[in-house]
Design a binder for this molecule. Structure first.
Ligand code: NAD
Length: 311
């Protein structure tokens, strides 16, 4: 009898032994998606999960080597386009690539982002550099707005289908202060605000707009920041630019980072992985969330519900 099946049986949950969803659970079957910043980190996890769920995916990233390699590894339904999300023509081209190659666009994921410099000067409101502030806002906030613009234009043009889902990766730094450099915090609050505004406008076309806010995923971005925090000379180096320093963090660094985050999470007994963020993005991208729009889904193991965050 169904009710007595073991709760963790893979088939019961729609997963096969390798962790791939069984066909009836392919939640993006036949859909076409663009994922910005999809070459590594959280974006790579999103791309992999989307593909497992039957989507055709265009990876849009500035890292050509990593993006091309990932696309080649994932097979014929995945392509790469070089795209700097702060450059409007690049974003437009990424959307055009999806539509010309696959005939439609169902999902656009604004995941690309930069943390910005982690020097003491950059982190203080007394001394931050206007040029650096502008750079971070251009990638994170303008980049997300341009993604919404061009994705929505393609989705609206596909009328009368009246559908589409835009999911952006914001951050817990888009909800709380004191978690990152000022430019990063401002840019992530901007994404949460843009999500609400765009949801209001695009709802009339049946397009949903949501965002996901992670905390503490051990990706190259976070490990670079963590490295600098433990390196006093780097913390004062005005030229330090952490965005692309570490292509592949060591297992040891990932382990240490995960331990720090586990200490902060109120949810004990498991470790936050890029896949956990990807699952939240998948939910908002798929029809499973068909009546959810303008929402910010926080994925943080309960960190922001606890005073543990500030100690
Ligand atoms: P990452 O640095 O490991 O990966 C970012 C990817 O974005 C890279 O592939 C990079 O090449 C690409 N990228 C950077 N600038 C770009 C640009 N201008 N145009 C196109 N692509 C660009 O970072 P991550 O940790 O995987 O972060 C992904 C997203 O998640 C970011 O928006 C980040 O702010 C957000 N986020 C991460 C964490 C975390 O703990 N790692 C927490 C909260 C939010």
């Amino acid at each position: 009898e169904k009710a007595h099946q073991p709760a963790m049986s893979p088939s019961h949950h729609g997963w096969d032994a390798t962790g791939a969803p069984t066909p009836m659970h392919k939640r993006l079957d036949g859909k076409v998606a663009v994922v910005t910043g999809g070459a590594r980190g959280i974006g790579e996890a999103i791309v992999r999960l989307f593909v497992r769920h039957g989507a055709k995916v265009v990876i849009a990233d500035i890292d050509e080597a990593a993006g091309e390699a990932l696309a080649a590894a994932l097979g014929p339904h995945v392509g790469f386009v070089r795209c700097d999300v702060s450059v409007e023509e690049d974003v437009e081209r990424a959307v055009e690539r999806a539509v010309s190659r696959h005939g439609r666009l169902d999902v656009f994921c604004n995941n690309a982002g930069v943390l910005g410099r982690q020097t003491r000067a950059a982190k203080s409101i007394l001394t931050f550099d206007a040029g650096e502030f502008d750079r971070v806002l251009r990638v994170n906030a303008l980049g997300a707005a341009l993604g919404m613009k061009h994705a929505a234009r393609a989705m609206v043009a596909a009328a009368p289908r009246r559908a589409g889902s835009i999911v952006s990766v914001a951050s817990v730094a888009g909800v709380l202060g004191g978690l990152g450099p000022h430019a990063y915090t401002a840019s992530k609050h901007a994404i949460v605000g843009l999500t609400k505004n765009a949801a209001c406008e695009l709802g009339a076309h049946g397009i949903r707009v949501n965002c996901v806010s992670p905390f503490g995923v051990a990706t190259p971005m976070l490990i670079n920041a963590w490295r600098q925090g433990h390196d006093a000379s780097a913390a004062d180096d005005a030229d330090a630019d952490i965005d692309l320093d570490v292509a592949v963090p060591s297992d040891e660094e990932v382990g240490k980072m995960e331990e720090v985050v586990r200490g902060l999470a109120t949810l004990k007994g498991s470790t936050l992985r890029p896949r956990d963020i990807a699952e939240a993005v998948l939910f908002l991208a798929s029809d499973d969330s068909r009546y959810i729009s303008g929402h910010n889904l926080v994925v943080d193991g309960g960190v922001t519900t606890s005073r543990n965050l500030i100690g």
